[in-house]
Design a binder for this molecule. Structure first.
Ligand code: ATP
Ligand code: ZN
Length: 225
């Protein structure tokens, strides 16, 4: 384990949240020495270490107290929270700030040719998704008896492949759906990136550092408005 006096922040290594998260850390004055292949990046001017991981791992790292903070999409955070709560694992965290990037929606989409009236059309059907807990919660709220089929990738080809009748996937422009002969029907979750923090005790120096960072984030976000 590395030095527990240094504030540990988890960011997505490479993907849709990486660039904006790193840019934000730079904008609040944290100098980072990032080397592409390395998991850890040290700040050269603050007691901060960056942990660069897959976004799927970030909620668990925060909830297990392995890192102090993390930048993560609300969709992934909420899914992992539900998954861990169902497995009886600790699922606590605190949202420090909602960011102005990473916007997307988790939507149900169906093949063009499906005669879709409303969510009840999916009664008894299979829906492919990477977010089975969010989807099943939605089905329950809507009193629909449908089955979530978990796929970690290529969700949009599932109906054509005969694996599912419909999908529930992240959408921003809708171009991917259209290219696969699918139409967006119901938005089940709207998401942005958030900065989260672990719960529990923290050494005073670390807490003070964290308390200095958050107002700087507010400053950067206000300047962009
Ligand atoms: P990793 O390799 O880290 O697991 P990934 O493929 O799961 O990456 P990305 O596609 O980089 O993840 O998306 C990360 C997050 O970015 C999503 O969980 C979501 O919160 C956000 N996001 C914003 N716009 C979109 C979009 N159009 N499609 C998918 N995710 C989006
Ligand atoms: Zn991921």
């Amino acid at each position: 384990m590395s030095d527990s006096r240094r504030l540990r922040i988890a960011v997505q290594k490479s993907g849709r949240l990486s660039k904006d998260s790193i840019e934000l850390l730079n904008a609040i004055g944290i100098k980072l020495n990032i080397r592409d292949r390395l998991l850890i990046a040290h700040s050269t001017n603050e007691d901060i270490d960056l942990l660069r991981v897959r976004d799927d791992d970030i909620p668990g790292l925060v909830m297990d107290g392995v890192v102090d903070m993390g930048f993560i999409g609300e969709n992934e955070l909420e899914e992992k929270m539900l998954e861990r709560a169902a497995a009886g694992k600790p699922a606590d965290y605190e949202v420090l700030r909602r960011m102005d990037y990473g916007g997307c929606r988790l939507s149900i989409a169906v093949p063009n040719e499906m005669d879709y009236a409303n969510i009840e059309t999916l009664q008894g059907k299979k829906v492919a998704t990477t977010y089975p807990f969010l989807l099943e919660r939605y089905f329950k709220e809507q009193n629909v008896n449908a089955q979530a089929v978990m796929l970690t990738g290529s969700v949009e080809v599932a109906p054509r492949a005969g694996v599912a009748d419909a999908i529930c996937d992240l959408v921003s422009t809708g171009a991917t759906l259209e290219a696969n002969g699918l139409v967006e029907k119901d938005v089940i979750f709207r998401s942005k990136a958030v900065l989260i923090k672990r719960t529990g005790e923290m050494p005073a120096a670390k807490r003070e550092l964290l308390e200095r960072l958050v107002p700087r984030i507010d400053g950067v976000m206000q300047a962009k408005e």
